[in-house]
Design a protein around this ligand. Sequence first.
Ligand code: NAD
Length: 311
Amino acid sequence: EFRNIGFIGLGNMGSRMANNLIGAGYNLSVHDINMGALKIFSDKGASVKETPAELAESSDVVITMLPSSSNVINVYTGSKGLLHNESAKRPHIFIDSSTIDPQTSRKVSALVSNCLTTETKESREKPMMLDAPVSGGVLAAEAGTLTFMIGGPEEAYAAAKPIFLAMGKNIVYCGGPGNGSAAKICNNLALSVSMLGISEALALGQSLGMSATTLTKIFNSSSARCWSSDSYNPVPGVMGGVPSSQNYEGGFAAKLMAKDLSLASLSAKEVGFKCPLTSQAQEIFSKLCEDGHANKDFSCVFRHFYSGKDE
Ligand code: NAD
């Protein structure tokens, strides 16, 4: 059983996930480029490491929770990166929970499998890599109820399952390397399109004289029902406790949706797959960000794209 975990990326999500690992009794080593985040964790008894390479030396399992693909590549392959650890001691499993494109996940996974030097190759088992992005946002990260979508060797998934369960509730094995990342970006692509469809239909309905509340009731008992209509309705006042009723504060930022859509389009391009709705959704969410709504919840597309009203 693995007890020593190294955690890199103590931001909005990572700090909460790392807290839950401490709560579950794991020994934590941490690294981040933000000194403030490190101080908080050293005060909690975690051991602070100056470089990813140093963190790798003292960890059975390493978890990264970084903003984007380029950060993940740097942290793995940089001159003091996770894979440049000179000592014979290496982590058994590398887990990347960042939302990145599946092609990058596959590239990093191949680098991990090939990282042993020839001297150590025979004496040590090969390290394994899992891509394990999450859905649920900061509230689920805090409550330890995240959903993990996992790609990589099934053996590594089984061995790391107790660690995932310390941070999440639904742990879904998706298949080989990159499949976790593929699942994550496909989920968010479908979500963006459903949110746009519901927003467009409710905005048109209002222009034709329908009340959004009545139209939503109809959707929710008809074939248009979906999460964007019945759990996260984008029209202010239709539902309580959702971002649309709190001036679109909190929730899932439009800029994160724009980022996930650009990952989906990039991945589609690489495999020569046509995704007209992804391209259109990406354009709309990028425009929202340019217009100054990058940090608002993505359901603000209803107000700022379809109704054209200012805040
Ligand atoms: P964040 O920006 O709050 O945190 C990222 C952390 O990584 C920061 O502490 C930063 O200092 C650190 N970092 C960046 N580059 C580094 C480097 N080279 N070395 C060491 N540390 C480095 O981001 P977040 O909101 O925690 O999101 C992390 C990932 O999770 C993203 O890929 C995001 O898309 C995904 N995600 C976020 C949410 C959400 O609601 N916030 C939900 C699901 C998935």
